[in-house]
Design a protein around this ligand. Structure first.
Ligand code: FAD
Ligand code: NAP
Length: 340
């Protein structure tokens, strides 16, 4: 059991930022993970958990230990009349896991196809796409406390999943490593095709009553067309969350911007952050190596050689432009790691 020293992180983050970790390890079992944790706490080093690196920005070299759990395995561990209880290890690739569930006829995750990253990271921001989020299917998870190495179970309620949020991004930030996640998946297909892009894609192929596999294929086709491939153009997906504002705020915005894209949520409304950024003049615009993607303004991209500082400069400029034009504060979605 040894740490690798001075590990390059360039290929371990989808934005392609050049950075190094002072120490790095990719434990393959829970026993190994616990041993590494003991060693980290004994040395009193800062620690960060890395999944697929698709929702974070390195602001510089990481001065401590980067642990990238490489735990694998997927199994159906129970069933009821309507559901299968499926457990996946934290190091499994999310997209591969979703495709495996579909091959097994375990339904529910089809809209979440082609999201990069790992199963272990999926509860952190309650990943979601096309009207489905893992909160719809999460049963419970197992996590190891970093300080003590103790293993704890979290029920779905204890994860406190919200809109791209969970307890692991709030008061338990940086305190646990998620090792296993359990999902309640459906025996009978119940496809969700409410998003316009999915409806259009299915209609273009003459599909009227889609199967979950066909919905997954539609999602994969749309995303392949619309989103930059990180291996070609570095990015971290949507860079900002869609802001949720009071219904009154939306009404006043509508007076100035009648075409504003918004979705009611009870007393509140979700604004499409991509539309705000485009309207503020930032779609396709760049400063140096970092810019907003020309096909989807909400995605910031690395045109080559970007540093964390370059990314933050553009992020702040966009936040400022949107605040000035709409009085709305955009909140970053990826988490930032580096020297403090
Ligand atoms: P990382 O980026 O490695 O880590 C993210 C955070 O989770 C960090 O704070 C890290 O410390 C923590 N973490 C990672 N693994 C663990 C673990 N095992 N235990 C505890 N903490 C952990 N997100 C969506 O919600 N919907 C989308 O549709 C979507 N599309 C995307 C498309 C593209 C092209 C890209 C690049 C990103 C997209 N994302 C999307 C964002 C991202 O893929 C997800 O948030 C994903 O869950 C991040 O997983 P990861 O393993 O890469 O996590
Ligand atoms: P889109 O379909 O062009 O829609 C733009 C925005 O409007 C989305 O952010 C979405 O909110 C919202 N929206 C659209 N139709 C809606 C409906 N029927 N009901 C409620 N809200 C609706 O978005 P896109 O950029 O191509 O992304 C498609 C999906 O993939 C979205 O769900 C998006 O969240 C997800 N995605 C996420 C990331 C990420 O990194 N987080 C990256 C790429 C794509 P929501 O975002 O709340 O769904």
């Amino acid at each position: 059991m040894r740490f690798i020293e001075n590990q390059p992180l360039d290929r371990l983050n989808t934005f392609g930022i050049t950075a190094r970790a002072r120490f790095y390890a990719a434990p393959e079992s829970e026993v190994e993970l616990a041993r590494f944790l003991r060693s980290v706490t004994a040395r009193n080093l800062p620690l960060m958990v890395l999944g697929g690196g698709s929702n974070l920005i390195f602001s510089g070299d990481f001065p401590g230990v980067v642990l990238q759990p490489a735990l694998t395995g997927v199994a159906c561990i129970g069933e009821s009349a309507d559901h299968y209880l499926v457990e996946a290890a934290g190091g499994e690739k999310w997209h591969d896991f979703v495709q495996y569930t579909l091959a097994c006829h375990w339904y529910g995750l089809e809209n979440l196809s082609l999201i990069p990253g790992t199963v272990g990271a999926s509860p952190i921001q309650n990943i979601g796409a096309y009207g489905v989020e893992i909160a719809d299917h999460l049963h419970s998870l197992t996590a190891m406390e970093i300080a003590s190495g103790e293993v704890r179970e979290f029920s779905r309620e204890e994860c406190r999943l919200g809109y791209r949020e969970s307890v692991f991004k709030q008061e338990l930030r940086g305190r646990y490593i998620i090792t296993r996640v359990r999902f309640l998946l459906l025996k009978a297909a119940a496809v969700r095709t409410g998003y316009g892009d999915i409806r259009q894609e299915l209609a273009d192929h003459g599909i009227v009553q889609p199967t979950p596999r066909q919905v997954a294929d539609a999602v994969i086709a749309i995303r392949t067309r619309k989103l930059p491939l990180p291996s070609v153009l570095g990015n971290a997906g949507s860079f900002f969350k869609n802001p949720v504002v009071a219904a009154g705020k939306l009404e006043s915005l509508r007076q100035h911007f009648p075409e504003i894209v918004a979705y009611p949520q009870g007393e509140q409304a979700k604004l499409a952050a991509g539309w705000l950024i485009e309207k503020a003049g930032w779609k396709g615009r760049r400063i140096g190596p970092v810019g907003s993607y020309n096909k989807q303004a909400l995605v910031l991209v690395n045109h080559g050689g970007a540093t964390g500082a370059d990314v933050m400069q553009v992020a702040h400029a966009i936040q400022q432009a949107v605040l000035q034009m709409f009085g709305v504060q955009l909140e970053m979605e990826p988490q930032v790691y580096g020297p403090d």
